[in-house]
Design a protein around this ligand. Structure first.
Ligand code: P6P
Length: 338
């Protein structure tokens, strides 16, 4: 009905956050303001992406490499700077820790104690930008638990259950923002004519099982035998299909919405896998558990992992509970044989 459509169109992101946080007291206001900042960053990045290739300095590489040793693309730099400038004005965030920065960016002047830290991957899957395929931003919000005067950011090295909020923005045919503040997973679609993210799905629940397995089988020769066992199993059994875009956010979103399992296992080159804990795997693990799914390193619950350094990598097995358990069963079987 038109009334329902109007009602839906009026459920903006900030209203939705506030609605959820009646019981959160003053933190409700902060989280609503923080999510509004995330939305602004998403709109600015989506706009730039929509003109990539038409506007100079958006495609291709900067000629620099980041702390990961990866070639930094112009879009990575732009998106990282968007998050910094948007959150500088927020008065809520003291630190921004990003895949693109070796050390966090500190905003000391507006940060009394008890504020927040933003951990983010500004553009994940940036190699897809040059071929017009989906990319995403991933974020997590944590409370600032001490003043970090030595700027070691050691207070960030805790398990993922300390995340206050987590989510991502998927820049695809539409721009979708998915988030959770520990009270279910909700998705919003950007209506460019309104400049607002409008609620499109509330309390998303990942199916207990799904047909999709999402993994880069080009790494088969680098995997542990257990992961090869899983791959041979799904090759032999009917009802599985492979989907892999090479960009984590889009691959994860498909699993969240339709079920199945995404894996980025350890390889010979990268025994801990390629994905980063604090701003890639932990935020997604937070979301999937809120949606009734599970996330593990293959041998332990992802949200229990305590990192020893900011850019620590973890292997990732994430998605429908039944499918994650299937992968884990192959890993356990091989461990028993050792
Ligand atoms: P591979 C993109 O570079 C990324 O960080 C994730 O978005 C993606 O899931 C993964 O790496 C793809 O890595 O080794 O399969 O190309």
């Amino acid at each position: 009905s038109s009334e329902h459509t109007l009602d839906r169109d009026c459920t903006t992101l900030s209203r939705h956050v506030l609605q959820q946080l009646q019981s959160f007291g003053p933190e409700a206001q902060d989280l609503s303001a923080l999510m509004n900042r995330i939305a602004l960053a998403g709109k600015l990045i989506a706009r730039h992406l929509s003109r990539a290739g038409l506007v100079a300095d958006t495609l291709g590489f900067t000629g620099k490499t980041n702390v990961q040793g990866e070639d930094v693309k112009k879009m990575d730099v732009f998106a990282n700077d968007v998050f910094i400038s948007v959150f500088k004005q927020s008065g809520l965030v003291c630190r921004l820790a990003s895949e693109e920065m070796d050390k966090p960016y500190y905003i000391p002047e507006n940060c009394p104690i008890g504020r927040y830290t933003l951990l983010y991957d500004p553009i994940d899957g940036s190699s897809n930008v040059d071929i017009n395929l989906n990319v995403g931003s991933i974020f997590a919000i944590r409370r600032q638990t001490d003043d970090d005067l030595d700027q070691s950011a050691s207070d960030l090295l805790t398990h993922g259950r300390d995340q206050l909020a987590a989510g991502y923005i998927l820049y695809g045919p539409t721009t979708v923002l998915v988030y959770s503040i520990g009270n279910g997973v909700h998705s919003f679609t950007l209506d460019p004519s309104l400049g607002e993210f409008i609620l499109t799905a509330e309390n998303i629940q990942v199916p207990q099982h799904g047909p999709t397995y999402s993994v880069n089988e080009g790494n088969f020769w680098q995997w542990e035998e257990s992961i090869r066992d899983f791959t041979r199993y799904v090759h032999r059994h009917e009802g599985y299909s492979s989907r892999y875009s090479g960009a984590l956010v889009g691959d994860f979103h498909r699993i969240l919405m339709q079920g199945g399992v995404f894996l980025y296992p350890g390889t010979k080159k990268k025994p801990e896998g390629k994905l980063r804990l604090l701003y890639e795997t932990a935020p997604l693990a937070f979301l999937i558990e809120q949606a009734g799914g599970s996330a593990s390193t293959g041998t332990e619950r992802l949200l229990d992992v305590v990192p020893t350094e900011l850019h620590q990598r973890t292997p990732l097995v994430i998605g429908s509970t039944e499918d994650v358990s299937l992968v884990e069963s192959f890993i356990q079987e091989r461990l028993r044989e050792q």
